[in-house]
Design a protein around this ligand. Structure first.
Ligand SMILES: Nc1ncnc2c1ncn2[C@@H]1O[C@H](COP(=O)(O)OP(=O)(O)O)[C@@H](O)[C@H]1O
Ligand SMILES: [Mg+2]
Ligand SMILES: [Zn+2]
Length: 454
């Protein structure tokens, strides 16, 4: 039997490697590569070893309507699922330990169950009594969710096959083990095998499955990324330590838009939905301060305003600090380079701290202008007009490029009491809805007109 050559796997991203290395060159994580027992290649596994069964093929035409989606009534959850739960779909919910995944899914299961769905919650991490205590604290003790505590994959599949629930929650995929796989629970091989079997079961039997996956920091336990490709929908539950709110974000969805977000607040009695996230993210704003810029963003199908905050201070370091939280640091470096090269505004010798207020994460290129605005405002020690929002993409030439959904951004800004928008010259706006608009051609113009800099 030929020895498998790819016996090393990254537990963070699942990439295969021919030999061990300290750093995974696929995802950049350190100390995440572990040796895995190669998949069995015994007789009968290879192609041609035995004759396969002919799979029945069918046409593309269908007379069936798509299956109805189930709504939980938790709007923030339903939206991130793409407009409710698709029967027989497999959903992965990843997130840091302690962020609130079990809480969210217990609340979700209870909400679906109260609307008549047959919901089963299998906990591999906590004893049933602990889950019951949580249910009591959340005021869900009377919800018709059925609870099991088990980690044996075979037993879980048998249970689900007998019960045939509409939806099953498996908390977490890292605790499951299959006797068919010779590896420890939590290893890449076990996590993949368990996820694969559960996803296959979901499709065959029409049972929607939620898999919980902890994001892991060390290489001992496989992270949720190793099963992302198997499931229909990948959702991450995020939040900053010390902040009350949590963001549910779909990063992949076969049944709806990706990048949709749902916003929750962690309270003593569980996760409360936040229907108007912009108001929450901006609630800490007071007097106009240098270094602050309000970005009118779009998350999925929904406009969300966030505040980009910058602090710029003389550095004593040979290579000054660039500390970026909640924004893409590569993007920030590019904007700093454009400011320096195209506008002649250097940040050399200056430490730069940049973050999004409240722990929100912003990935849109449309945030470029707000990032530049916060940086310039901090550097020039001059506040932007407090009634203004910004959006626009910055190209390497320093030109500003238009972005999608300008009207929705403006509408949300106006709803929250803003009266002015700074945006690219080339941006088409069909109806500004009473907002006063300041058009900017390029970054040099922005620095000059708004800050008198450059
Ligand atoms: N008794 C409690 N009172 C208030 N909040 C609690 C209580 N127990 C847990 N929590 C909150 O719930 C969080 C844990 O959520 P949990 O759903 O178990 O996270 P995960 O499943 O992602 O590890 C804790 O970080 C804490 O904020
Ligand atoms: Mg948990
Ligand atoms: Zn990796």
């Amino acid at each position: 039997m030929a020895k498998s050559t790819n016996a090393f796997t990254c537990t963070a991203c699942g990439a295969s490697h021919k030999k061990w290395a300290g750093r995974c060159d696929a995802c950049g994580a350190w100390n995440t590569i572990v040796e895995e027992a190669p998949l069995s290649q015994g007789p009968g596994r290879g192609l041609g070893a035995h004759k396969g069964r002919a799979v029945p093929l069918s046409s593309l035409a269908t007379s069936e309507a798509p299956p109805p989606r189930h709504l939980s009534g938790m709007d923030e959850l339903d939206r991130v699922l793409g407009g409710g739960l698709v029967p027989g779909s497999a959903v992965l919910i990843g997130g840091d330990p302690g962020i609130g995944k079990s809480t969210l899914l217990l609340q979700g299961a209870a909400a679906f169950a109260r609307r008549g769905l047959n919901a089963v919650y299998i906990s591999g991490e906590e004893a049933s009594a602990q889950v019951r205590m949580r249910a009591q604290r959340l005021g869900l003790a009377d919800a018709p969710v059925r609870l099991g505590a088990e980690t044996n994959l075979r037993d879980i599949l048998t249970t689900l096959d007998t019960e045939r629930p509409d939806l099953a929650i498996i908390d977490s995929v890292q605790t499951l083990w299959s006797d068919q796989v010779e590896a420890a629970p939590g290893s890449v091989a076990q996590v993949r095998a368990a996820a694969h079997e559960l996803v296959t079961f979901a499709k065959r039997k029409g049972v929607a499955i939620f898999l919980v996956g902890h994001v892991t920091k060390d290489g001992q336990i496989a992270g949720p990324r190793v099963v992302e490709h198997m499931v229909d929908t990948v959702i991450y539950f995020e939040g900053e330590r010390g902040h009350q709110f949590r963001i549910l974000r779909s990063v992949k969805n076969r049944f709806g838009p990706a990048d949709e977000i749902g916003v929750f607040e962690m309270t003593g009695s569980g996760l409360a939905e936040v229907a108007n996230p912009s108001a929450l993210f901006l609630s800490e704003r007071g007097q106009p301060v240098p270094g602050s810029a309000v970005f009118a963003g779009i998350e999925g199908t929904r406009p969300v305003l966030t505040e980009v905050q910058a602090l710029v201070a003389p550095s004593t370091l040979a290579s000054p600090r660039r500390t970026v939280v909640g924004l893409d640091s590569g993007r920030v470096s590019t904007i700093l380079a454009v400011l320096e090269a195209r506008c002649g505004i250097p940040f050399a010798g200056l430490d730069v701290f940049l973050n999004v207020a409240g722990g929100m994460r912003v990935n849109e290129p449309a945030a470029d202008l707000a990032i530049a605005g916060a940086l310039l405002s901090a550097r020039e020690d001059s506040a932007l007009p407090p009634e203004a929002v910004l959006f626009g993409e910055i190209s390497l030439s320093g030109a500003l490029r238009p972005v999608a959904q300008a009207e929705n951004r403006l509408k949300e800004a106006q709803k929250l009491g803003f009266s002015q928008a700074i945006l690219p010259d080339s941006q088409k706006v069909e109806g500004a809805g009473g907002m006063s608009i300041q058009r900017i051609a390029d970054l040099t113009g922005f620095a000059g007109e708004v800050f008198g800099a450059g």
